[in-house]
Ligand binder design. Sequence first.
Ligand code: WTA
Length: 671
Amino acid sequence: MAENVERDIEVHWREEDYYEPPESFVKQANLNDPHIYEKMSLDNFPDCFTGYADLLDWFKPWDTVLDTSNPPFWRWFVGGRLNASYNCVDRHLPQHANKVAYYFVAEREEDPIVAVSYQELYARVNEFAALLRDYAGVKKGDRVTIHMPMVVELPVAMLACARLGAIHSVVFGGFSGQACADRIVDSESSVLVTIDGYYRNGKWLNHKEKADIAVKQAESQGQKVNHVLIFQRDPGHYGGSDLVEGRDVLVQELESKYRGARVEPESMPAEDPLFLMYTSGSTGKPKGIQHGTGGYLSYAAATTKYVLDVKPEDVYWCMADIGWITGHSYIVYGPLALGATSVLYEGGPTYPDAGRAWRIAERLNVNIFHTSPTAIRSLRQHGDDVPGRYNYHFKLMATVGEPIEPDVWRWYYNVVGKREAAVVDTWWQTETGGHLCSTVPALKAMKPGSAGPGLPGIHPVILDEEGNEVTPGSGEGGSICIRNPWPGIMQTIWKDPERFVRTYYGKYNKNPQSKDWRDWPYMAGDGAMQSQDGYIRILGRIDDVINVAGHRMGTKELESAVLQVPEVAEAAVVAAHDDIKGSIPEIYVSLHPGVEADDALNQKIVDAIVHDIGPIARPRKVWIVPDLPKTRSGKIMRRILASISDNREIGDVTTLSNPEVVETIHKLVRP
Ligand code: WTA
């Protein structure tokens, strides 16, 4: 098993205590049928998932629930036709046109909160769809890259693409122009949607300049971008860099031309792609995770309803960024498909102070709250008394993205939730479209530190290196896999079906010719342990992916950025422990002979990472060392470096080709 997992298993935490969900919650829950697990057992697979698709409006019903004829390219609800934008917007109008879809809360507290109704969302989506189609020439099947922060125009742009049957590829706003370029190139987008700038921690960030870098870099790699469509953060006040004639246009300047435009939603086959979302894997190149329309939307809607317990009368706030999968499924597609009211917040959780989140919750009467362990840890740092000063009441709280320490879980439950809320720790991935392991909040007790069992219809299994099942309760860890397909599962990796099969099914499929889905367990790439009660504790990634503040990063991506610095000979990235972010990158580099280490070089290395990826990948430390510890076959021993970073026992170094360097590095890092 991978080094980081072995290390995590050593870190024991008490996870045996159960917390029952509050009775008030159970009584009102969307899902409180105790027989749901039997009803969604493998005996009833795949028909048990039709109830999820029934949450949507279909232009044409499906003929086949699941086509498994070409494993592992599962096809859900085949023959059905629908449109995601129609399901998220139009169908709510007859009853709920005036209901709030989003409350937009700007980072600047003095700015008024903007309520966007479903009617207004409908108007904006149609107008932008018309602009995309008639001005930028976007057609069904085209890819559109959207590089934007948390503003209402982001879901508007996504839904406008979906309306036309175009495939959106949203790039997290904090990513650099270079990272955006890589995604434009891979997806072959000729249209980029962006914004002039936005506010972050009280500062105005020029975002348009990233578009200039992205387009230039993309073009140097052969991908021409014909149109850059620029929203303005404060309409009328352009705050970006110069506009390039013929390429750049301010969306608001075209507004009058498209005001009142209406665009028929395309009737899409259920299996046509809805979007791409790039995510890090074991290699240096992010992969374009492709999600379909019918299966994905059904699964996002159903898990929003049954796990997050979102109801029409609720006010739901997910603090994630729409630029990640959590935002796609649980700020945009799931909640909108259900006609819910959500908060869309521009800023970070503790700006200008740790009471900000609770003031928003109090003011808007938020009763469902969704965030990450990193945000919880950083709120906790500001003290136990802050949440109690505000008059808000949550019925449900969710966490996602990283393992949550039982201690942090308890703080969330006791202090943030005031012991009134059910808590769900939801484990899933970009690839899975929606939650896989979590308690169903009204049906299962909560267990701090444990995500919970597989959701109804999801059948996890832990496998060892040889593919044998690890017995639940044995205390052994292994690789978590899901035995069966489910509607939210990714369709493929964009333009790389072989990598898709190899990455997720290569290790545990014993018979590549098999047409039986039972031979194709989905391998998530996480280490996990299952206890006797079926609850699953996620231990962390078993591949070369690190999780920083809930954000997935490939160590190879960081290393290849560092290796672009000409002075650097070799580089190794390790995930060092961080009290707030869970882990944070530290970089060990050796230099070419004759090169002197100094602060300027150190800065150059950091800059290379920020340039290629973005500030979220900024390392805590760059250690310039004489050599990296290696095995006799030349493999860099990152485990040893991680032990030094975390000040842990280093263990046996006798098998190294250069054991003496370990002592030198140790002295340097921990003098
Ligand atoms: C990790 C985010 C522990 C895990 C939805 C997974 C978690 C990766 C949890 C996916 C959780 C996500 N407990 N670890 N509740 N949720 N992870 O694709 O390692 O950005 O493989 O999707 O985050 O990250 P991604």
